[in-house]
Write a protein that binds this ligand. Structure first.
Ligand code: PAF
Length: 286
């Protein structure tokens, strides 16, 4: 069960529950979340459930990955609803530690993954990926799952976590779950709740433009031309654009000229809301 009152709050209790499953010969998957659970998270729980006997969902709004002017305090928090949704989605255990359990006084260790984190979201959000890498390393060491599942919407994050696990020899398989979208194409995100009704109408234009870039690349346009055109269209639609980028899907290296295998990634602002999204090249049918 993952009712809020049944959540485990300490590393010790989490390890005891996982150990009992292991003693019974069961495998364990972890789905890390910051709460504000939506169908995208539940698709990750379903993926986890398909690959392991037991699923732990963690819920922790990680202060370390927010910048000083970002939305840490405003981030939606509703543990009872999240627990109910995760239970219905098939999670066996909710791990919801307090900040004092995660970051006790004197906490002074930082995990940094260089190379993959300098640009794209790393450029606009300095320290963000250190915060992500630090909390994910902690969660993996605390839970010691066989598999951990992360969404492809945070594509750069997914690659950072794969690199972290490889570099530190953490014995876990990292799986990526496909982006879940609204009918109009908008990628599900906890931050979509910040959009005004007017902004919500405009928001799907982001995905349409990414598909447009992928389509142009498939027709032979250069990466530069396709991304520059998409940036202009997004700006004309009212977005403030952080980046539209065509990258190597494994290393995030910049790709130029004609490309056949790539990831198109973008981050934009719509009013006060920052949205990210990405699509593969070649495009896959939804
Ligand atoms: O993707 C998220 O929700 C967070 O970055 C994660 C992986 C749970 C770490 O706080």
């Amino acid at each position: 069960m993952t009712r809020a009152e049944d959540a485990v709050r300490t590393v010790r209790d989490l390890r005891a529950r996982v150990a009992a499953w292991r003693d019974a010969g069961e495998t364990v998957a972890l789905v890390p979340t910051m709460g504000a659970i939506h169908a995208g998270h539940l698709s990750l729980v379903a993926l986890a459930k398909a690959q392991a006997d037991r699923v732990v969902a963690s819920l922790f709004v990680n202060s370390l990955q927010f910048g000083p002017r970002e939305d840490f305090h405003a981030y939606p928090r509703d543990e009872a609803n999240d627990a109910a949704a995760l239970t219905a989605g098939g999670s066996d255990l909710l791990y919801a530690p307090d900040a004092s359990e995660m970051y006790p006084p004197g906490f002074s260790t930082k995990v940094s993954v260089n190379d993959l984190t300098e640009d794209l979201c790393g450029a606009a959000r300095p320290n963000h990926f250190d915060g992500v890498a630090t909390i994910v390393a902690k969660l993996l060491l605390q839970c010691a799952p066989d598999i951990a599942v992360f969404g492809e919407k945070d594509y750069q994050q997914l690659l950072v976590i794969k690199r972290l696990v490889r570099d530190l020899n953490i014995p876990v398989e990292i799986a990526g779950g496909a982006i879940v979208r609204e009918d109009d194409g908008l990628a599900l995100s906890s931050r979509n709740a910040y959009l005004s009704p007017e902004e919500r109408k405009i928001a799907p234009v982001l995905y349409q433009n990414l598909c447009g870039v992928a389509g142009e690349l498939e027709k032979g346009s250069s990466a530069d031309d396709a991304s520059t055109a998409a940036r202009a269209k997004l700006e004309a639609s009212g977005f403030r654009v952080d980046y539209v980028a065509v990258r190597n899907p494994d290393t995030l290296e910049v790709l130029q000229g004609q490309v056949k295998d790539a990831r198109v990634l973008a981050a934009v602002h719509l009013g006060k809301t920052r949205l990210i999204d990405n699509v593969p090249v070649p495009l896959q049918a939804r």
